[in-house]
Ligand binder design. Structure first.
Ligand SMILES: Nc1ncnc2c1ncn2[C@@H]1O[C@H](COP(=O)(O)OP(=O)(O)OP(=O)(O)O)[C@@H](O)[C@H]1O
Ligand SMILES: [Mg+2]
Length: 184
């Protein structure tokens, strides 16, 4: 193979988006509704996909890199207390489709003034810890655990799930981060 062909192949390889489990959606059968969240890197919309209510995370310009990292992590994980990804749409924008949840733990505490009993809080801690243990066994660090990033899985507030892998580190890919973690 000549040098130009080698450079071309390596360029293609680095730019290829390969997901093992995440469904790549090609349909235009989705609708963006109201904004329900987001920060400086992304907007999260309420929306529809094939007629079903979903949440749609759209990367803003500055957030393209972090949403790709986030998608790679969603592709690797499956746990009862981690929000599952429904799929990704790469053709139009970088869109991540997720099941729509009614509340984050922050909404539950602050906006709805819910008084949460100790046994429920303990159950949330156990669920969050089990999700974190699972992630750590896969060498993934979430790096942004806070009430905004914990969603209620059901409307009764029985189960929670971790979301938002925008700051997460996959030590298998991030050599620099791995080195820093080992040094600590
Ligand atoms: N699946 C969902 N269902 C309901 N609300 C959601 C869902 N995903 C996100 N949200 C809401 O949108 C907010 C922002 O989403 P998210 O935490 O994923 O992005 P972010 O904090 O802007 O992160 P980033 O730093 O990656 O841009 C959440 O705190 C939550 O209130
Ligand atoms: Mg967040």
């Amino acid at each position: 193979m000549n040098i130009i062909a080698k450079i071309y192949c390596s360029f293609k390889f680095h730019n290829a988006v390969i997901y093992k489990n995440l469904e790549i959606l090609n349909s235009d059968n989705y609708k963006l509704g109201d904004v329900i969240g987001g920060g400086s890197y992304s907007r999260v919309y309420e929306g529809e996909l094939d007629g079903k209510h979903v949440a749609i995370k759209m990367a803003l310009r500055e957030g393209r890199k972090s949403i790709h990292k986030e998608l790679q992590i969603y592709d690797k994980v499956s746990h009862p207390h981690i929000l599952p990804a429904l799929g990704v749409h790469l053709a139009v924008e970088n869109l991540l489709f997720m099941p729509l949840r009614k509340f984050s733990l922050a909404d539950f505490f602050i906006d709805y003034g819910a008084i949460i009993q100790n046994n429920k809080l303990l159950r949330y801690c156990i669920q969050i810890s089990s999700a974190l243990k699972y992630l750590h066994e896969k060498n993934i660090l979430h790096c942004d655990i806070k009430v905004d990033n914990i969603l209620m899985k059901d409307d009764d507030g029985e189960e929670v799930e971790i979301s938002d892998f925008g700051c997460a580190i996959d030590l298998a890919h991030d050599r620099e981060a791995r080195y820093n973690v080992l040094l600590r």
